[in-house]
Ligand binder design. Structure first.
Ligand SMILES: Cc1ncc(COP(=O)(O)O)c(C=O)c1O
Length: 307
């Protein structure tokens, strides 16, 4: 039985905006890492209108993709169960099939929340919806709704863009610089959309967490088609520390010091890089004490914090 979707979203807290100091500059942190243990950070925002749409279409199953540590997979599993859908997770890596000894905690949690896990090879995973295995799966579940990897699509942007009016209520002045990490690009595009709608005079910075974002930039432009945004945004390509889930000693040292100073944990894949990028722009004088930078903490703490 599909439950009322808005009940789940309305029962989540409004996350605080906290001001901390980085290099002598006041930085506002939107603590979306505090919104939900499993549907955390940007996931709560990105899933909202997708689940409403799934309900409108009267489907009974959500199908999505992810790696063994995917925040999106876990968030989908939990939200699906909370809202009365079944869920299927198509997971990268057929070596995991029948070999729970090498499963991540994320996968066990997904299963606990009722998600059926289907493991596919890396080459099939690259093909996603076009792979034969997925085509078979979708035929066997005709009453389903497909969420792309990372949950990024037009409806995800709608949910993320709601952060802007929410923060407007919380802040006395709007920020001059807004920062977030960029994986599949939906969060960044949603922020650009929200800033545009709210008429904020604010530059949006997306910090790429992986190398070679060409496809992601194409997707972002596609999602933002028709949005009359001032091209006042930029994707920073220099802070991925070697690629997805990679780190440098400097990045690790930054995270340890940051967490000690501010008691805010940073996940090792996404927020460690966006917070580091902001600190670096402050250190190099690009962002100064005259500016009002704001960084969105997008959660991801289940996937492992910096150690
Ligand atoms: C915690 C966290 N932050 C940021 C991102 C990046 O968001 P997006 O994929 O919308 O670029 C992700 C991945 O989706 C994530 O799990």
């Amino acid at each position: 039985m599909i439950k009322d979707i808005s009940d789940f979203w309305l029962s989540q807290p409004i996350t605080p905006c906290e001001t901390i100091q980085i290099g002598g500059v006041d930085v506002v942190v939107k603590r979306d890492d505090l919104n939900h243990e499993y549907v955390q950070g940007n996931k709560l925002r990105k899933l909202k209108y997708n689940l409403i749409e799934a309900k409108r279409k009267s489907v009974d199953t959500l199908i999505t993709f992810g790696g063994a540590y995917s925040n999106h997979l876990l968030a989908t599993a939990f939200a699906a169960q909370a809202c009365g859908f079944k869920s299927v997770g198509v997971v990268r890596g057929d070596e995991l099939a029948g070999n729970a000894a090498i499963w991540s905690e994320t996968l066990f949690n997904c299963q606990e929340f009722g998600m059926q896990l289907v493991f596919i090879s890396r080459s099939d995973y690259r093909l996603k919806e076009k792979s034969q295995i997925f085509q078979h799966l979708i035929k066997s579940k005709p009453n389903s709704y497909m969420l792309p990897e990372g949950g990024s699509n037009h409806l995800a942007l709608e949910g993320v863009s709601e952060l802007i009016p929410e923060m407007e209520q919380q802040l006395t002045t709007s920020p001059t610089h807004l920062f977030c990490p960029v994986g599949t690009g939906g969060t960044f595009a949603g922020l650009v959309k929200g800033v545009t709608k709210q008429n904020w005079d604010c530059k949006v910075f997306g910090v790429a967490v992986l190398k070679g974002l060409h496809g992601v930039k194409t997707d972002i432009n596609q999602w933002l088609k028709g949005v009359q945004f001032d091209p006042n945004f930029v994707i920073l390509d220099d802070y991925h520390a070697g690629g997805y889930a990679k780190k440098t000693q400097e990045l690790s040292r930054f995270c340890v010091t940051f967490e000690q100073q501010h008691q805010i944990q940073l996940d090792k894949i996404y927020n460690s890089k966006s917070f580091y990028a902001l600190a670096h722009l402050i250190k190099t004088g690009v962002v100064t004490a005259k500016d009002r930078p704001l960084v969105i903490h997008t959660g991801g703490l289940q996937g492992g914090v910096n150690k």
